[in-house]
Design a protein around this ligand. Sequence first.
Ligand code: SF4
Length: 180
Amino acid sequence: MYYDYIQISKINDFVFCPFSLYFHSIYESFDGSRYKAAPQVAGKLAHTSIENKEYSTSTRYLQGLEVFSEKYGIIGKIDIYDKKNKILIERKKKIKKIYDGYIYQLFAQKLCLEEMGWQVKKMALYSMDDNKKYPVKITVKQKKKFFQIIDNIKTFDFSCVKTINKAKCASCIYRELCRP
Ligand code: SF4
């Protein structure tokens, strides 16, 4: 049994850079506008309607539900689960590319929902700005990588990080704070 749950929203940070996970954890309790880059603030606003349960008043949808998996030690929040069609949907402000991180996020939510007794037949991403919906399927290779990432987070040792990706640092919102 896990007593320390990994937040689903942090999996992406870890994939981007383990140090950014550290900064995200440190600064998340402060006013986001102080350190978040503009696109991330817009993305957060895209989720506000979900968190305020404005998507629909229909009982067909579960919205902003807290989910967790004791088996995998993960915890988070879903955007929308369509109970009728058994589809799990994650809304983003604008999707330009389907990153593996998006797929891991949905897959983690799926694992949680299923452990909680909800069947998930399909997963989808929805790009709000251009009103596009993208069906999501996770490959065997991506599943393997996902579980490897979860294991890596649980056993991660900062002192072992030897290489820093300078291209990532250049676009990182924590670059002013970080001295790796
Ligand atoms: S500045 Fe570079 S090393 Fe630091 S958190 Fe960002 S990507 Fe990671």
